[in-house]
Write a protein that binds this ligand. Structure first.
Ligand code: ZN
Ligand code: ZN
Length: 157
């Protein structure tokens, strides 16, 4: 049991790395056409960007199914992927983008930094020149601001 829980937690942690890379190289790369809606003013409850969430759910379901079919540890990997997806929806959709009915104030420095860093991610409207691609880890804000400034002058030239 303990081993399985370790797999679950390790997967959730690893998913932040996977998520950051996917956001940077897929969603802001060849998958931009789906993610673009998320960098534009939102019209309804759903956006094409949600397709990524569906993909994540399918991957999690597939892993759990493989686990049930005999490759037991994969169930817990699938659980970790699903857990990460859930945390993503709660933090990113609900809290960063204020889809929850109540406004929540960042309770500590870590959450404050996370919240501001995602604001800075959305400070750039286009595909290129964005900073901070993680959802649960953010570089120091001073670093992000410096990056943004450097990229802006680079783009203007
Ligand atoms: Zn983005
Ligand atoms: Zn966002």
């Amino acid at each position: 049991m303990l081993f399985n829980l370790a797999i679950l937690f390790a997967t959730v942690l690893a998913m932040e790395g996977v998520g950051t890379l996917a956001h940077k190289y897929i969603m802001h790369g060849w998958g931009w056409w789906l993610h673009r809606s998320h960098h534009q003013p939102q019209l309804g409850m759903l956006e094409t960007n949600d397709v990524y969430l569906v993909a994540l759910a399918l991957i999690a379901t597939g892993l759990v199914a493989l686990g049930k079919a005999g490759h037991t540890p994969l169930q817990w990997v699938g659980g970790g992927v699903a857990g990460y997806g859930l945390l993503y929806v709660l933090a990113h959709d609900g809290w960063f983008h204020r889809h929850w009915p109540r406004k929540l104030r960042p309770a500590n420095r870590y959450l404050k930094r996370l919240h501001r860093a995602h604001r800075l991610h959305h400070a750039v409207k286009g595909r290129q020149g964005c900073v901070s691609f993680g959802f649960f880890y953010a570089p120091p804000l001073a670093v992000l601001k410096r990056q943004l400034r450097a990229r802006r002058t680079h783009i203007e030239r």
